[in-house]
Ligand binder design. Structure first.
Ligand code: EPU
Length: 432
């Protein structure tokens, strides 16, 4: 089992370049098989969630060519199966986008029910509602979502809750339905816009993405395209918070500052200093930061994917802070681990009450999921002494070159196999 060993207490200083957005890339890669022509996609993050999805589309007949580490070409002309039921696909959340893509293109899809981080019950009723409204017959059978239809017909759909996944999935299928589809109460997140822009670059006719009403005029064919994925707002936010947490100074490059406004506002509120540039933000912090209240909300509210990093930062800020999680009911699992490091946090239902402590102390902790895991690394970077973060595979699902980006900023951390006693000893001797 691989783990990170971290020696805390050193400010992170320097520049970091943000990779392409995982959650946009998942939708875009699924969309790319909807045309028989080749698409070229740039700024694709080289992370395990994306590489699994690429493997999955190859298994059903797509041709995937890696032009370089972050650029791929996909050709979906030879798709020969509508069934996506490999073992590894169940680990992935974004695999559900293949239902919308295959249904749109082939009018048929059988896709293993999605996995992903265990952060709540994560139903897919709104995805099904979208497909059914377009005329598909949908059933869950033997662990698969099975959807099919002779013909997809545009429809007026009002989602019962705002769901990124259901918005993107329905948009994929509706792009190739007959007539007009109107999605109301649609998600407005940047990755919804990015997938819509990509589909439009392939000849789809989607208007209004980024607002809560999206209008899609179905087309009978999509064509090849060249596209570059937007930067990952969560990776950017994570490095911004890591700068503040370690009292460091980081220039976070290749970002869209507008997508980071909710994080920027909170950082300024608690006393960090932010400078915004066209495509970069600089975050600095001096001394102990202050307390605040945070509620996770849909975009442009404070993103649930940054909630663990926020709570971790507040764990060492002065005073009492309150963080309320409104999107996923099981997203405080990392808190027990933080408490092992000396944090004083009480979770009641969907609210964490945080009594800021002066400092954390290193401990052996286990990443419970992707964002909870990265928050524990942040905690290790702030803590006195050594922290071991187990289950790093969660973190690698969503952060490209995480360890080396951190090391370049001065973090004293390495990834080692837990059995490699020699490497662990050597690291400890080196960093004292
Ligand atoms: N929901 C339903 N029914 C549905 C779909 C969603 O009730 O059919 C509920 C969910 O239970 C949740 C809320 O709606 O309470 C929002 O869920 P959403 O569908 O927006 O989330 P998702 O598509 O499952 C994506 C990201 C998550 C991110 C959320 C919210 C991907 C693959 N995942 O999940 O990312 O937290 O949107 O922004 O895009 C992560 O990257 O670590 C991650 C978990």
């Amino acid at each position: 089992m691989e783990q990170y060993i971290i020696k805390g207490g050193k400010p992170l200083v320097g520049e970091v370049t943000i990779s392409g957005y995982k959650n946009a890339a998942l939708g875009i890669i699924a969309a790319s098989i909807m045309t028989d022509e080749t698409v070229k996609i740039e700024n694709v993050p080289n992370i395990s969630d994306i590489n699994i999805l690429l493997q999955v589309i190859e298994q059903i007949g797509a041709k995937v060519e890696r032009v370089n580490k972050n650029t791929i070409k996909i050709n979906g002309s030879k798709i020969n199966s509508h069934t996506v039921d490999m073992d590894y696909v169940r680990k992935l959340r974004g695999s559900y986008y293949l239902v919308g893509a295959l249904l749109g293109k082939c009018r048929r899809a059988n896709v293993a029910l999605p996995g992903g981080c265990n952060i709540g019950s994560r139903p897919i009723d709104q995805h099904i509602k979208g497909f059914e409204a377009l005329g598909a017959y949908v059933k869950i059978e033997r662990g698969l979502i099975c959807a099919q239809s002779e013909r997809l017909q545009g429809a007026h759909i009002y989602f019962d809750c705002t769901s990124v996944g259901a918005t993107i999935n329905t948009m994929l299928a509706a792009s190739m339905a007959d007539g007009l589809t109107i999605l109301e109460n649609a998600a407005k997140e940047p990755h919804v816009v990015d997938v819509a822009n990509f589909l439009n670059s392939m000849g789809a006719n989607i208007k209004g993405a980024g607002t809560d009403v999206i209008r899609i005029k179905g087309v009978s064919k999509l064509h090849g395209s060249e596209y570059s994925i937007i930067p990952d707002q969560i990776e950017a936010g994570t490095f911004m918070f890591a700068a503040a947490a370690t009292k460091g100074d980081i220039l976070v490059k290749n970002v869209i500052p507008k997508h980071l406004e909710a994080f920027t506002a909170k950082l300024i509120e608690i006393g960090a200093q932010i400078e915004e540039y066209d495509d970069a933000v600089r975050v600095r912090a001096f001394g102990r930061l202050g307390n605040t209240h945070v509620k996770t909300l849909v975009y442009p509210g404070f993103l649930t994917d940054m909630q663990p990093q926020m709570t971790t930062l507040l764990a060492v800020s002065s005073g009492t802070s309150i963080v309320t999680e409104n999107i996923f009911e099981n997203r405080f699992k990392y808190v027990d681990e933080l408490c092992r490091m000396g944090a004083k946090i009480k979770v009641e239902s969907n609210t964490a009450i945080i009594e800021g402590v002066e400092k954390l102390t290193g401990a052996v902790v286990s990443a419970p999921d992707l964002r909870g895991g990265v928050a524990l690394v942040m905690a290790g970077l702030m803590a006195d002494g050594f922290t071991i973060v187990e289950n790093v595979e969660y973190i690698e699902r969503g952060y490209e070159n995480f360890e080396s980006k951190m090391q370049k900023l001065g973090a004293l951390m390495i990834k080692v196999d837990s059995d490699d006693i020699k490497a662990i000893k050597k690291f400890k001797l080196k960093v004292g």
